[in-house]
Design a binder for this molecule. Structure first.
Ligand SMILES: CC(C)(COP(=O)(O)OP(=O)(O)OC[C@H]1O[C@@H](n2cnc3c(N)ncnc32)[C@H](O)[C@@H]1OP(=O)(O)O)[C@@H](O)C(=O)NCCC(=O)NCCS
Length: 171
């Protein structure tokens, strides 16, 4: 007799809380492009305690769970409009998880009053994230001397003036 096919459980999304540090650091480190991710985060002052503190005040983030584990997350900073970090495990890429997480952070930052949000990413055009952001409406903004690529995205109802500054459209 034929058995009914087991359907994979769809991924679920929820806000990051103070108890999620192990899981989100694990995802970030596994998606880092070198094997010194843990040491580099610590050197940047990004620790479980510091991120827990950010979440009490300036930052919010969301994570995705699938098959009983955290497989991606993203966080933003409401004090400067920055989309701070996004990461999805390689084996879960290409399923719309990054897009969903990015939209949650963008929508929150726009709801906090920002007409434009921004991020930094890799200068290398071939990195998946650069094409991902462009595909989702982010544009190149500037390159810093230390090598970071800055990208930005205007609130959908916002248009730019001739100098590239966002101007709220008349309501
Ligand atoms: C970048 C990253 C978050 C993308 O996550 P993802 O879950 O694979 O992305 P999604 O599947 O949601 O893709 C969303 C859309 O972007 C498109 N896309 C993704 N990468 C793309 C690329 N390089 N070029 C063009 N389009 C791309 C997808 O086809 C999809 O299009 P659709 O909505 O029209 O179907 C993920 O690859 C990642 O974590 N990379 C490693 C960590 C990293 O680089 N983080 C960013 C540091 S700045």
């Amino acid at each position: 007799m034929r058995q009914p096919q087991e359907q994979p459980t769809p991924p679920t999304y929820r806000e990051i809380g103070p108890g999620d540090m192990d899981a989100i650091f694990d995802v970030r480190i596994r998606t880092w492009d070198n094997d010194r991710g843990a040491e580099e985060l610590t050197a940047l002052g990004i620790t479980h305690d510091s991120v827990r503190d950010l979440l009490k005040d300036s930052h919010r983030g969301w994570l995705c769970e699938a098959e009983g584990q955290v497989v991606g997350f993203a966080m933003g900073n409401k004090t400067n409009g920055e989309m701070w970090v996004i990461a999805v495990l390689a084996e879960y890429e290409g399923r719309g998880i990054g897009k969903h997480l990015l939209t949650l952070v963008e929508d929150w930052l726009f709801s906090e009053g920002w007409d434009e949000v921004w991020l930094t990413t890799d200068p290398d055009e071939t990195i998946r994230a650069v094409g991902f952001y462009r595909h989702l409406g982010w544009e190149d903004w500037k390159m810093e001397s230390d090598g970071d690529r800055f990208m930005r995205k205007a609130r959908p109802s916002v248009q730019r003036n001739s100098t590239g500054q966002p101007t709220s459209s008349p309501t």
